[in-house]
Every structure is written in structure tokens, then in C-alpha cells.
Design a protein around this ligand. Structure first.
Ligand SMILES: [Zn+2]
Length: 83
């Protein structure tokens, strides 16, 4: 088991959801409708500057490249949770 992802909004400290970039597959769409994933849209910089996390107040942030896999793992976890 991977360690659970822990992230906090650096602006307001609220609970986060991972941002999924690109066209969402059905599982991601369901998770997004449940509020477990944020949809980032189709266009990304893909240079490590894309935000990977979003809070309910719509702050977005990233910690850089290392967050790409963490965010993706969190998306998959959210999808599994809607299973
Ligand atoms: Zn925030």
C-alpha cells in the first residue's frame, strides 16, 4: 500500500481534491461529479507548473514534478472510492 496522499491548501488550509487534466474517462467523470476530483481541462503546460490540487475555494497549486504521480494516485483512489 502506498502512503495516503496528504496535501493542504497553502492559502486557506482547506481539504484538497486532485486535479485531473485531459479528457476524463468515465470513472474520473463520476468521481468529479461526486466532488472527489477536479477537472482541469484539456490543455496543460506539462512542464511541472500545472496545478495538481484544488480546494473548495478554488485555490489551485502544485509542488512541482513530484506531484504528478501523487496527484494521479489520488485520482485513482477517488475513483476506487466511488466504485
Ligand atoms: Zn484554499
Amino acid at each position: 500500500m502506498a502512503a495516503p496522499v496528504e496535501e493542504h491548501c497553502p492559502t486557506c488550509g482547506a481539504k484538497w481534491v486532485p486535479i485531473q487534466w485531459g479528457l476524463p474517462v468515465d470513472e474520473v467523470r463520476v468521481a468529479a461529479e461526486a466532488g472527489l476530483v477536479a477537472l482541469g481541462g484539456c490543455f496543460t503546460q506539462d512542464d511541472g507548473t500545472d496545478p495538481r490540487w484544488q480546494c473548495p475555494n478554488e485555490h489551485r497549486w502544485t509542488n512541482g514534478r513530484r506531484d504528478e504521480r501523487r496527484s494521479q494516485a489520488a485520482v485513482l483512489e477517488a475513483c476506487a472510492g466511488t466504485g
